[in-house]
Design a binder for this molecule. Structure first.
Ligand SMILES: [Zn+2]
Length: 213
């Protein structure tokens, strides 16, 4: 599948963030929101969160890496409504390419599946990289994550927490973890402690809450 076919409508949107008085470039690169995807999402949320949902009020941001080397492979994965391993309807709100370019795949208030226990309230940022667990995310990606988080916080003041996917257990302290299916859990290492350390440092003057490495 050639993802460039799905670039309609792709355009750079310059969004002025009042709180930070800076300009952030986000390339819209939407995954198709089909009736089937919506049905899958309602089924998923009913099973895992006890209610049918397609939208969220963001309370947290979860940072990931894709464990793949190219934007194209990430997009193809997310574009599929269901995957060969039976995983359904996985997606993240933002994907940051190696060069720091930001793509938004779904509205940030859409329910996406990216972090077990937190999807009902969390925005997901995926960073292209981390193949074989190598902590190789770039400085440009770090800067882009800072931009996204600042922009989202200004837009959604309900956001209080930022954590790496590997910090999913520590983040239960937030009280946001919710999962009704027993033993539904996957060990995670993304996006690496090094990246989260730098991200946390960038927000040292912010009231956003991070978790120990
Ligand atoms: Zn992850």
């Amino acid at each position: 599948m050639n993802w460039k076919k799905f670039l309609i409508p792709i355009f750079a949107s310059l969004i002025f963030s009042h709180a930070e008085a800076h300009v952030i470039s986000i390339y819209k690169h939407p995954i198709e929101w089909t009736e089937n995807r919506e049905r899958l999402m309602r089924e998923y949320s009913l099973e895992h969160y006890g209610r049918e949902m397609t939208e969220i009020e963001p309370r947290a941001i979860v940072v990931h890496w894709t464990a793949s080397a190219t934007l194209e492979s990430v997009f193809n994965t997310f574009y599929s409504e269901s995957m060969e391993d039976g995983t359904l309807n996985v997606a993240s709100h933002f994907v940051v390419d190696r060069d720091g370019r930001i793509y938004q795949l779904t509205p940030e208030t859409g329910l996406n599946r990216h972090a077990i226990g937190y999807n009902w309230c969390a925005i997901g940022i995926e960073n292209v990289g981390g193949v074989n667990g190598e902590e190789d995310l770039t400085d440009a990606q770090l800067a882009a994550n800072v931009e996204i988080i600042r922009h989202m916080r200004a837009k959604h003041p309900t956001i209080e927490y930022v954590f790496g996917h590997y910090q999913q257990d520590a983040a239960r302290e937030s009280g946001l973890y919710l999962e009704l299916v027993p033993d539904y859990y996957a060990e995670k290492i993304d996006p690496g402690a090094k990246f989260m350390r730098k991200l946390r440092k960038a927000f040292s003057k912010s009231s956003l809450k991070f978790f120990p490495e």
